[in-house]
Write a protein of this length. Structure first.
Length: 398
């Protein structure tokens, strides 16, 4: 859920007080060149002043640059590197902060020429500080909206260029965005972290039912819980019919009768333990052991019944139906085993929502998410701390 695609929050200070556009352009009349210099250029198009003291800032900058070539004569062609430094300043006025930083990294000349003091003298102290705080220190993207970047303070290292955009923070996965927690963005509003995708729930993108879900994310989560409800009842039906068919048609076969009775009892033991445990707690290791025991108990009946297919005679429809129900039961148990293993490994289901992930993560992420929703989808909203009651929250951090 990229915050750049959602509406700004309806409450709080949604607009920054300082101007976001560049204060200067090539046609501006007044231009400050340094902190102590207050000279005036009548127009960019007019001839430059012949007084050398007017451009001492450029001469001093040029003297510090090693390997600067002599300016070409009037009949020689000029390029970006040998034009007068005055025009370099005019070029800098036409660039934004990110482009200026990229220009500084091209060569030693631009790195020494485009100093922070020069940029501050061009844009002004307050505007320069506002521009720095509105840029991401990682990707250098300009984030004018307060809900698209983290809040930064003078105590942060590198201030004022110490803020990060939401995308880079999600990609860093350094614990800044944690499920069930809130984070304060630059508009001084605290937002919850979506329990489905791990992005902040900003603006009007929040769900009406739960504060800690986006609208789209909650629809997916609700459909997953609904599918889990019907699948579990179908699984319980399979778990009853499969042993019942074995007891009816293969009651004389001890390899079928004894394991199916034990598997049936273990199934109801698991249902009983899940029913009496706290709603917020789930013991994945215990559930994994029960599922493995039940899955192992069904191996002997399958082996005994499958020997009837090797006699060369066509098995009866009752035998075929029994094999089908046993196969479905074992398939569901196998998926439960895989899902509990995923939970024991502490899989983070928000991982495949991180921008710029590898192709392998794009493929395996949805598969593991299906196993999570198959085994226990309530873990998404019951992961500590739990979601807030509906009666105590409103959307947008109001």
């Amino acid at each position: 859920m990229d915050p750049n695609r959602v509406a700004s929050p309806t409450a709080g200070n949604t607009a920054d007080a300082l101007p976001l556009s560049q204060l200067l352009s090539p046609g501006r009349i007044y231009m400050g060149l340094s902190k102590g210099l207050r000279k005036t250029i009548t127009s960019i198009a007019e001839p430059l002043s012949s007084t050398r003291s007017d451009w001492d800032v450029f001469e001093s900058a040029k003297a510090q640059i090693s390997g600067t070539k002599k300016l070409p004569s009037s009949h020689e062609p000029r390029n970006l590197m040998n034009i007068p430094p005055e025009l370099h300043v005019v070029i800098l006025q036409c660039l934004d902060f990110g482009d200026i930083l990229h220009l500084r990294r091209t060569c030693k000349y631009w790195y020494n020429f485009v100093t922070p003091q020069l940029i501050q003298s061009i844009w002004g102290r307050e505007a320069f500080r506002a521009i720095l705080t509105r840029h991401c220190k990682v990707c250098m993207r300009f984030c004018p909206k307060g809900a698209t970047r983290l809040c930064t303070t003078p105590l942060d290292p590198g201030y004022p260029l110490s803020s990060r955009c939401v995308s880079c923070t999600v990609k860093a996965r350094d614990g800044t965005f944690r499920l069930g927690r809130t984070v304060m963005l630059s508009n001084s509003v605290e937002y919850c972290i979506c329990r489905w995708c791990g992005w902040p729930v900003t603006g009007t993108s929040g769900s009406v039912e739960y504060r800690q879900f986006h609208k789209i994310c909650y629809k997916k989560y609700f459909l997953g819980k609904l599918a889990f409800f019907f699948v579990r009842w179908f699984h319980l039906f399979i778990g009853i019919v499969a042993p019942a068919l074995c007891w009816h048609y293969f009651r004389r076969d001890k390899m079928v009768l004894v394991p199916t009775i034990m598997a049936f009892l273990m199934m109801w033991l698991g249902v009983f333990l899940i029913g009496i445990q706290p709603i917020r707690v789930r013991f994945y290791l215990r559930d994994l052991l029960i599922e493995l025991i039940i899955l192992g108990l069904w191996v002997a009946p399958v082996y005994s019944i499958s020997k009837r297919f090797k006699d060369g005679t066509n098995p009866s429809q009752a035998t075929q139906a029994t094999i089908v129900f046993i196969g479905l039961n074992m398939l569901f148990r196998l998926l439960n085993v895989m899902g509990n293993i995923v939970f024991l490994c502490r899989y983070d289901w928000t991982k495949h929502h991180v921008p710029g992930i590898s192709t392998w993560d794009r493929i395996t992420g949805p598969i593991l998410m299906v196993l999570v929703m198959w085994t226990w989808p309530q873990c998404i909203e019951r992961t500590s701390p739990r979601h807030f009651p509906i009666s105590t929250v409103t959307i947008g951090g109001v």
